[in-house]
Ligand binder design. Structure first.
Ligand SMILES: C[S@@+](CC[C@H](N)C(=O)[O-])C[C@H]1O[C@@H](n2cnc3c(N)ncnc32)[C@H](O)[C@@H]1O
Length: 309
């Protein structure tokens, strides 16, 4: 039964545009082997090169180029150049690890610690440190979501890779430009805690990190899309002192954390499930208390939460 149009006719694609789009999605699906990825690629090409009322050749050219990259095994996240993480849309490329869903859970645990800490002494300045920040996924989430818990929050994000810090800076600028009003974020180059000013020693409320924790042996068994595309220095770690594969960086962070945390402060780390006992033991050896190893959504111990008494 007819009726008035629901919007300006110019906003709706013409039948020709709809048909051209469907044809392109089918072509890209054949190239990349996934209809869902093909839709994302075509949407991305449209956002780069199209205008709503028409379907210019430029969109076809861009979509084919993106699909060709994907077809060679490049991860979809790098092909699109951005990926969602909690409330953020992060720029990602080969200079940084692709943020994983488990790490979104790490942020949840860190925010719970920040809530606990802030409740213990409300209203003060809160200092968070994210070691090995990569794209800035954890640090920028804390700066955005944590600022709602503790308005006087400052976040220090560090990485050994100058390239990764450039990506983090791009993401920080985009966040600031979006009007999100994140907490103050400092980006510092250097090795773990060594990147921080000495004045922060004993003053940090919360340390987070998703450090490299993949042993050389495990690395060789990883999917080619990870092994050949993501930065190996973001993934690989030497064995721990007790021989636990991939534990060296976790151990180093855990051992040094008490020097930087203030009383009642917390350390929240991500690790591989087989490292849970060794990571918890390292935390107890370092003098941290309330040590727990929360599980990920698949039920595997994945995180270390430990506090300085
Ligand atoms: C597993 S990635 C995590 C990236 C990001 N935090 C995330 O969760 O998506 C580890 C990061 O630690 C950095 N890194 C590795 N060794 C480091 C070290 N010794 N000191 C500081 N950063 C390091 C890498 O460059 C990489 O960005």
């Amino acid at each position: 039964v007819g009726g008035p149009a629901t919007g300006p006719a110019a906003d709706r694609p013409s039948p020709e545009t709809t048909a051209a789009r469907a044809e392109l999605v089918a072509e890209v699906t054949a190239l990349v082997g996934s209809a869902r990825e093909a839709r994302w690629i075509v949407e991305d090409a449209e956002s780069r090169g199209g205008d709503r009322g028409s379907f210019p050749e430029e969109v076809v050219v861009v979509a084919r180029a993106l699909a060709t990259r994907r077809a060679t095994g490049e991860p979809l996240q790098y092909v699109l150049g951005r990926w969602p993480f909690r409330e953020l849309e992060l720029a990602v490329d080969r200079r940084v690890l692709i943020p994983r869903p488990e790490t979104e859970q790490l942020v949840e645990l860190a925010l719970a610690e920040l809530t606990r800490i802030d409740a213990g002494s409300p209203g003060g300045t809160r200092l968070c440190v994210d070691l090995g920040t990569g794209s800035g996924a954890i640090a920028l989430s804390l700066a955005t979501e944590g600022a709602r818990i503790a308005p006087q929050l400052e976040v220090w994000a560090t990485d050994r890779s100058p390239e990764a810090l450039r990506v983090a800076r791009t993401n920080l600028s985009a966040l600031t430009d979006s009007g999100a009003k994140p907490a103050k974020v400092h980006l510092e180059l250097g090795r773990w805690f060594g990147a921080l000013p000495a004045s922060l020693a004993g003053a940090v409320d919360l340390v987070t990190s998703n450090p490299p924790y993949v042993s050389d042996e495990e690395f060789e068994a990883l999917d080619a899309s990870v092994r050949e595309w993501e930065p190996p220095e973001a993934l690989r770690a030497a064995p721990g002192a007790d021989g636990t594969p991939g534990l060296a960086d976790i151990e180093e962070i855990v051992t040094n954390a008490p020097e930087w945390l203030r009383a009642n402060g917390a350390l929240v780390l991500e690790f591989a499930p087989h490292q849970a006992d060794a990571a918890a033991s390292a935390a107890r050896r370092a003098g941290l208390g309330d040590v727990s190893t929360p599980r990920d959504l698949a039920g595997r111990a994945r995180f270390l939460v430990a506090r300085r008494s």
